[in-house]
Design a protein around this ligand. Structure first.
Ligand SMILES: Cc1ncc(COP(=O)(O)O)c(C=O)c1O
Length: 415
């Protein structure tokens, strides 16, 4: 069967990842396209090379035409997420009255931490993990304690038990920041794994905050389990938005959701926090959850194809790099240890900081990736590659990376 023609309007039909040309993408002014010079292919920050889904663009256009650019009001965003969550994940007891709108997921996490922990308390994270977990927890005057993932990159419950013990000894009100699905590994936690987390958290008196921003991006073969649907998670929180799946990071608005036994805590969220999200953000994110399902399905098909293409490209051009095939997200966590490039130690948390293999690939291949060391313990020697791009750009990037490794190897033998 012939592959579908690229969508002329950029919105409706076909794979959203093949709708835009490199020349069109380079006109963007977001950080993905502007941090590096124009000869660099940017496969780092979690923005996607897709046009807006039509329902989102239509909702925004209507708001602009009406001049509907005032302050936000109402619960339509949470209602739309609730309908989406019931359809996609079977989350039927989603309670709109236990939600509140927050400016974005990371600010929402900080505000929830303020509700349930105190200054100096410990916040446990799995490592390696999304770098801002370190930066924002530090900014909120809380202390990060790492629980390294197991060698299979899945939850290591013994390490978590130990980290919870240390967190409890560190301060009276510890929390655990879960990344579900996990960035950067693309692991989608299973219900049994999450039940074990809930059991440990209960035993140690740790409050769980689950970042579920990648939840709509679970790829064929895996199934997303919302943490708040897990037995024992009744006093936990979840944070989410449509911004990763529909590429809306610039249209700020996210949701904090409380389990039944966390509702009283969420009710203490200061009213001014809900003034942070933008009305256009609420409109866009609501439209995505309410009417963006078909677009999302086409995106997921495209990401699934790219996930397979990446395996083929790596086998051909970078056979010594180990690819842990992600179950969700559009992020590939690549183990470059066998390239033998040293990564100097550094602080986790600064997402654009480059060292080791990522620096070599930028310098020699002109491909921008995220450097593994900024994801904390276990990250050095890895790079994170964002494959939410066209197959053509992905192919060009990995081909260039392969050539760079050959040049590097030639120089070390001749030099
Ligand atoms: C796990 C995770 N949480 C949060 C964010 C950022 O979300 P926001 O822009 O809503 O703060 C990202 C962005 O990539 C992410 O991967």
């Amino acid at each position: 069967m012939a592959s579908p023609a690229p969508d002329a309007g950029g919105f409706d039909a076909g794979n959203p990842l093949t709708s835009l040309t490199l020349a069109e993408l380079r006109q963007r002014t977001s950080v993905k396209w502007r941090l590096h010079p124009p000869d660099v292919l940017p496969l780092w920050v979690a923005e996607q090379d897709v046009p807006l889904a039509r329902p989102v663009a239509d909702a925004l256009r209507r708001a602009i035409d009406l001049g509907d650019t005032g302050y936000s009001h109402g619960t339509q965003y949470a209602e739309a997420l609730g309908e989406f969550a019931a359809q996609r994940w079977g989350w039927h007891d989603f309670a709109v009255d236990r939600t509140t709108v927050v400016p974005d997921v990371m600010m929402g996490i900080v505000e929830v931490l303020r509700l349930v922990t105190g200054p100096g308390d410990a916040v446990v994270v799995y490592s390696p993990v999304y770098p801002p977990f370190y930066a924002f927890v530090g900014h909120a005057d809380r202390e990060v304690i790492e629980a390294p993932l197991g060698p299979d990159l899945r939850i290591d419950h013994a390490a978590l038990d130990e980290a919870f013990r240390r967190a409890r000894a560190h301060g009276p009100r510890p929390a655990f920041l879960l990344c579900n699905p996990h960035n950067p590994t693309g692991v989608v936690h299973r219900r049994a794994e999450l039940e074990a987390v809930a059991e440990l958290a209960d035993r140690h008196g740790v409050r769980v905050i689950s970042d579920e921003i990648h939840a709509p991006l679970v790829l064929p073969g895996a199934h997303f389990t919302p943490y708040l649907t897990v037995a024992g998670a009744e006093n936990a929180f979840a944070l989410t938005s449509a911004s990763k799946a529909w590429n809306l990071a610039g249209l700020k608005a996210a949701l904090a959701i409380a389990g039944p036994r966390a509702a009283a805590d969420l009710a203490r969220m200061p009213e001014e926090v809900s003034h942070g999200p933008s009305h256009l953000g609420v409109i866009a994110q609501t439209a995505a959850f309410r009417a963006g399902g078909q677009w999302l399905d086409r995106l997921l098909d495209g990401l699934d194809e790219n996930r397979a293409l990446l395996a083929t490209l790596l086998a051909k051009h970078l056979p010594t790099v180990t690819y842990h095939r992600p179950e969700g997200t559009y992020l590939a966590w690549l183990d470059c240890a066998r390239l033998g490039i040293a990564t100097p130690g550094g602080e986790p948390g600064v997402a654009s900081d480059l060292a080791g293999p990522a620096k070599m690939f930028l310098d020699r291949a002109r491909v921008a990736l995220s450097s593994g060391h900024v994801f904390g313990t276990g990250g050095a020697g890895f790079v994170r590659l964002n494959f939410a791009t066209s197959p053509a750009i992905l192919t060009e990037a990995v081909t260039r990376m392969g050539r760079a490794v050959e040049v590097e190897a030639d120089q070390s033998t001749t030099g």
